[in-house]
Write a protein that binds this ligand. Sequence first.
Ligand code: ATP
Ligand code: MG
Length: 560
Amino acid sequence: MNDHLEPSGSHFIKAIIEGELASGKRDAVRTRFPPEPNGYLHIGHAKAICLNFGLAAEFGGTCNLRFDDSNPLSERQEYVDSIREDVAWLGFDWEDREYYASDYFEQLYDWAVVLIKKGKAYVDDLSAEEIREHRGTLTEPGRESPYRGRSVEENLDLFERMRNGDFPDGSKVLRAKIDMAAGNLNMRDPVMYRILRAEHYRQGSAWSIYPTYDFAHGQSDSLERITYSLCTLEFEDHRPLYDWFIENLEIFPSRQIEFARLNISHTVLSKRKLRLLVEDGHVAGWDDPRMPTLSGLRRRGYPAGAVRDFCNRIGIAKADSIVDLALLQHCAREELNRTALRRMAVLDPLKVVIENYPEGETEELEAVNNPEDDSAGTRLVPFSRELWIERADFMEDPPKKFFRLAPGREVRLRWGYFITCTDVVRNDSGEVVELRCTYDPETRGGQAPDGRKVRGTIHWVSARHAAPLEIRLYDHLFTRENPNQADEGKSFIDNLNPDSVTVRTAQGEPSLAEAKAGQSFQFERQGYFAADSRDHSSERPVFNRTVTLRDSWARAQKRS
Ligand code: ATP
Ligand code: MG
């Protein structure tokens, strides 16, 4: 089911896998995508999804969807549901391999007992604060806890009573007994379990102790016999601990490999920050079309194929970098150019009256739906005496290179006739409110029988037939290229762009009112727009601008 994936090129992880398969060190590729259900997925997660599912598909292996839900405080079923929806939307199928770390709590508990029995874990009564103080620094070794020498029997008893709820929250922890002088701080007796009376969204109040990420994640990989556990660079320093648990528990040896996380210009990709934007009302929700979440991108009109294409193009590296948002937009244009139906819509309408066209008459002009795809066919567009055109397509006193409408000038109406501007109507404040024009009935379909040429072609809609459209135009959510870089005493919130959305009423071809929610179109000469998945209806059509037609990425590539 995942074999429609575009090949993702070569990279160091693939080279490692090829080497291990060739030498016989491994005989299968089993990966997993392990989101914590504490927020919606963003485009950074798409990179991890494409990598994990892509490698499994390429090597004939499998990829699991595992919810890494060992921290009850911020996890919710709503997030699980959204994650499932987003991974499926991206085009990946985890079949029946949907797992939950919380389903492993009993096994993890048993493994903690194994380590206690081996003298490799102990119950510590130090407070969180004291543990931090004892930990030392990069230049100073840590100090051992006075409880480190407890006997196996005492530790077994205390740990069982921690589970039974005999002690208050935070009063004890279970720690691995490794080395308080280790150069790597993660190896200085890391915490494995803490006491926490919190409702878990799947386990209810069954547990009053919860495993830490370090004790849950690797062991979950091992239980699922994951061969390659791919994660982002910040876990590099956790790898010795990951391996330590595997060795000391003598369980399946998954191999952790780290890669650079995705950063995108003008965008934040941290769930914590995205959650803040939602909870403090800076955006309208996780699926606000300005959000870099997969649900936001989808609602904005980004096709799943464009997101996959983007993830393949950015590649997999070992060093952090910032990818230009223009590349993602470029991928969207490439796909939408192939697939989106063309329509005409006037975003800033100016009235045109064709004086020599009979009042009350209507005719239908044939228009091509997608010049890139013959199978998309044609449609009929109503034409009548009064039209809307784009205000920017008229200039009263145009410079030489302006080939659109001006007094005395002739232009072609897309799919229609040649018209000539004969007069300009103004309101009391001198603003142009209407153009009077004539049309040449001989030029139907855009050709003059006498062979005369016009330089400009403009889009239009028949005023009587037009559907008013609510149009939402989006700009960067943040003004800074790196929004995480805030000025002294400020936060990333201060980098929000106050003009990230503009709403206006456009006039569109009547058929746009019948668009399906989520459907994408190219509005000719304007950009790609998608019918909003929440607010659009035939009574009140609403469109989000996905991207403009201008391609700054393609231009930059040409220049370099
Ligand atoms: P955040 O730091 O944004 O909260 P996270 O890593 O805590 O993200 P998880 O739900 O734990 O979120 O992530 C699931 C998987 O997605 C992890 O394997 C993680 O490494 C990967 N991932 C998260 N963010 C990115 C990113 N920006 N680029 C690539 N992979 C990412
Ligand atoms: Mg995480």
